[in-house]
Structure formats: structure tokens, C-alpha cells
Write a protein that binds this ligand. Sequence first.
Ligand code: SF4
Length: 154
Amino acid sequence: MHKMKNQKVAISACLMGEKCKYDGGDNLNASLLQKLEGADLISFCPESESFGTPRPRMDLIFQEDKSIQVICSVTDKNLSSQIESYAYRFFENHKEIELFIGKDRSPSCGVHSAKLHQKDKTLIHNNATGLMAKEAIRRGIKAVDAEIYLKEKL
Ligand code: SF4
């Protein structure tokens, strides 16, 4: 039997070829999908659902109160609450999820790979957690960046 058989896996929709990136493109990853063969894939895209596609880029910014927020790179608007509510609803509606695979480097989906900036856009580090991935981790779901998952042995 295939090791992934019927495993419930939440996955960033762009990795499956959905054109939901900020610029209308996708991040289709055929090797990843091959590795996940047999799993039940449940896709999500907090940004497209909340703000549409195409949309301006957004960044993870470290705040004075020490919180980390998603800020629109064009308007400087704080977009975190929409992403957090999407994430909350998604996991409430999918309590069966056993594994979360997020698109590397995304401020929403990156697990330990997102860039964290100061308000002036200076880079603090590049292993921050996006807000959707954060909710998966908070719920105790195993969460892995797609590029790391590809290297993991099943
Ligand atoms: S990385 Fe996440 S938020 Fe960005 S396009 Fe992919 S699924 Fe949507």
C-alpha cells in the first residue's frame, strides 16, 4: 500500500498549479505532487480568498509591540486579520488534517522560511513562519515547507 494512502494533507493551492499567486502565476511542483500520490489533498490560499488575484505583494513585518504582522507592500495596510480568520475557518472546517505543506517563503504559507523585515524593510531573518502555517502549528499539526518535505524520506 502507498505510504501516503488517504493521509489528509493541507497544501498551498499554488503548489498544485492554481494560479493564485499575487501576480496571477502558480508554483506548480510536479515532484511534490508525485511524492504525495495517494494522499487526500485539501488545498488552501488565504491571500487569494481574502484579497483576490492579482494583488499587491505583502511582507511579514516585526512590530513595535513585538508581534509579527502581514503588511501590504503598496498601501502599508495591516492584512493579518483576514489571513488569520481564513486560517482559523479552514482548520475548523478540516479537523481531519494530519499534515500541512506550505509554499516556502510565503508570508502566509511559509513554515520556517519566510522573510521577516523591520518596518524600514531591513531583513531580520529568513526563517519566519507565515500566518497560515502558524495556525497549523498552534493546532499541533505537523507543518513542513514544500522544499523540505521533498527532501524528507517517507
Ligand atoms: S503561497 Fe499561499 S497565499 Fe501565496 S499563492 Fe500560494 S497558497 Fe496562496
